[in-house]
Design a protein around this ligand. Structure first.
Ligand code: ZN
Length: 321
């Protein structure tokens, strides 16, 4: 009875487990270059073109599946003069994408090599870097979670990236971080490390030991966000507040979220599944126009004047694509 009371007092009774990665946010010095690499070469959809809500003169681009769904989204803030960063302790040093089969991995090896991107096969999968040095990997996953591909005229649907499999993070003390993942975030041990395994998806975190500091900048990850059910976000905030220092629940228009640092100092976010990036644009034209949340709409002219124009690569596709 006492245990039950304690669990209730911490507000965890009804918590649904985090449903894998929601999005990963990184920094680029060149948004056009990011569009070329992620939308043209990797075949993701530029599913949202908006701005950093804390700094509206900065682009915030989202690459993902057809609907910009949680579980697929890699986002970039553009700081045109940002120096190249280096991943160090407390930073994500590799983002891992899923494909369904080894044939798909061979397809990507060929496609990347033909584009002059050096790709290597190691124990985990196919590793390579984006043009700014951000570490990427493609791995085969047979978990059977729902695939979330984007369509692209040069990429067979069976080979398309199916969403985010996980992240690798540098840590000086992996065990302390792993304990936090297990006890506070309710992750479970997996083949790769620890995973958030929710109702529809799973994504892993693996720690690699490294004590030297890094430097944020172009080609580095700012934070990793995990998917919460909409009704659980306050309960997650309270649960994390018992052991760390999360922000209050913030309203980001496309979702609500909480930020906090895990013990290795990596910046994490928990974000709600809804309402999502289709809340202010139809699915067919996602990412074509600059989307601004209502509280920034009155500044549209000023904001548009400061951003470098970016065209959506889908505009060049023919009707059959
Ligand atoms: Zn975020």
């Amino acid at each position: 009875m006492a245990a039950r009371t304690t669990r209730r007092a911490r507000g965890t009774d009804a918590l649904i487990q985090l449903d894998g990665i929601h999005h990963i946010s990184a920094t680029t010095a060149d948004a056009a270059c990011s569009v070329d690499f992620y939308a043209r070469l990797l075949g993701l959809r530029l599913a949202k073109k908006t701005v950093n809500q804390d700094e509206p003169t900065v682009y915030h681009l989202l690459f993902g599946d057809e609907a910009g769904s949680p579980g697929t989204a890699l986002t970039f803030f553009e700081y045109p003069n940002a120096a190249r960063g280096v991943a160090g302790v407390g930073m994500v040093h590799r983002i891992v994408w899923r494909v369904a089969t080894r044939d798909a991995m061979s397809f990507w090896y060929q496609r990347l090599s033909s584009a002059g991107v050096r790709a290597e096969v190691d124990d985990h999968g196919l590793t390579f870097e984006d043009p700014e040095g951000l570490g990427l990997e493609i791995t085969v996953s047979d978990h059977g979670d729902g695939a979330l591909p984007a369509r692209h005229p040069e990429i067979p649907p069976a080979c398309a990236l199916q969403g985010l499999a996980g992240v690798r993070i540098f840590s000086a003390d992996p065990e302390t971080s792993e304990r936090f993942l297990a006890e506070t975030l309710m992750f479970t041990r997996s083949d790769e490390g620890f995973e958030a395994r929710g109702p529809t998806r799973r994504s892993f975190v693996a720690y690699d030991e490294l004590a030297s500091p890094g430097r944020g900048g172009a080609g580095t990850v700012d934070h990793v966000a995990w998917t919460s059910e909409d009704q659980d976000i306050e309960a997650w905030q309270r649960r994390i507040a018992a052991v760390a220092a999360p922000t209050p629940v913030l309203e980001r228009f496309y979702f609500r979220c909480v930020y906090f640092r895990e013990p290795s100092d990596a910046l994490f976010e928990i974000a709600t599944r809804g309402p999502g990036v289709t809340v202010d644009e139809p699915l067919e034209t996602l990412g074509d126009a600059l989307s601004l949340p209502p509280m920034l709409e009155h500044r549209r002219r000023e904001i548009e004047a400061t951003l470098r124009p970016l065209s959506n690569p889908r505009r060049g596709w023919t009707a059959e694509n």
